[in-house]
Design a protein around this ligand. Structure first.
Ligand SMILES: Cc1ncc(COP(=O)(O)O)c(C=O)c1O
Length: 282
């Protein structure tokens, strides 16, 4: 028995979870970490019950994915209805109504008073990589600017964009090229060493220089930005920074990728986090 496994089992409240951890250790890759070493049997709303009968408040919601809680009746009805009709068809092979209806709804919900079209992906990493592909294809430029401490996923380009080295990037070098990292506007631990009162947005200078630099000017396709940084520590940027960034990207025809994978729908009090920074739906 490894040291880690015996520690986990000692912390565990029940026997059945301990038995299942033995199986997990034997058959599931050790590359996956764990936050709460317990096996869940049932979930309802905000509660989880494990195989030993212990109840927990679900503060993680699948890392923000289950925004409606567990087993919301409307979600269950939709899933059951779908099971009875068909499952995977692949929109690239044959059309089905739900894809179009969801895209229509997203167009209505997403900020911006222009026409919008959707492409639906399986994961955040895939969405991030495809957004960058779109930016490159559209601008015909190679580079992208990303931010310190950001997390963008586990695939190779998403890792290259990720600004936080430990634990995500260590041991996986080298990464795909053409990524430039700059400091995220984090007022509590100001990257420029300023107090909030004396801030004149010095942290914006670097990205301004990068986008305007003659050697880079025609080479930056995109900036990928979280309007509230998630894995980086739940960091809320100053409103002026986000507005300046949006203006800079518009002025220089640089595609601004708004990564709201962590802020999710409605999690910041508005449907999209970007709505807190002046992007509205109309
Ligand atoms: C801001 C952000 N972008 C991208 C991702 C990657 O999403 P996924 O794990 O679904 O690939 C995450 C995941 O936590 C994220 O927080």
């Amino acid at each position: 028995m490894s040291a880690r496994k015996s520690e986990e089992i000692e912390q565990l409240p029940g026997r059945r979870s301990a038995e299942l951890i033995e199986l997990r250790e034997k058959y599931v890759t050790h590359a996956l970490g764990i936050v709460c070493p317990s096996f869940i049997e049932r979930a309802e709303g905000e509660f989880l019950t494990d195989v030993d009968g212990n109840r927990y408040i679900d503060m993680a919601s699948g890392i923000g994915v289950n925004a409606l809680g567990n087993r919301h009746p409307a979600v269950l009805d939709a899933v059951r209805g779908q099971l009875d009709r068909y499952l995977h068809l692949c929109f690239g092979v044959v059309y089905f109504e739900e894809y179009v209806r969801l895209a229509e709804r997203l167009a209505r919900l997403t900020p911006g008073d222009f026409d919008k079209r959707s492409y639906l992906n399986n994961s955040g990493s895939e969405a991030v990589e495809n957004a960058f592909k779109v930016a490159r294809y559209y601008t015909k430029r190679p580079k992208i600017v990303s931010f310190s401490n950001a997390f963008y996923g586990r695939t190779m380009y998403a890792l290259a964009l990720t600004g936080k080295d430990a634990p995500y990037k260590q041991g996986f070098e080298p990464f795909p090229a053409e990524v430039i990292h700059t400091a995220y506007p984090y007022c509590y631990r100001c990257p420029c060493g300023k107090e909030r009162e004396s801030c004149s947005l010095e942290c914006f200078d670097e990205i301004y220089r990068l986008v305007n630099d003659v050697s880079n000017r025609s080479r930056i396709a995109s900036v990928i930005f979280e309007p509230m940084q998630g894995e980086g520590g739940y960091v809320v940027p100053p409103e002026e920074y986000v507005k300046e960034l949006s203006k800079l990207c518009t002025d220089k025809s640089v595609v601004l990728i708004d990564d709201e994978i962590q802020t999710g729908f409605g999690r910041t009090g508005k449907m999209y986090c970007a709505e807190h920074f002046g992007w509205s739906r109309t």
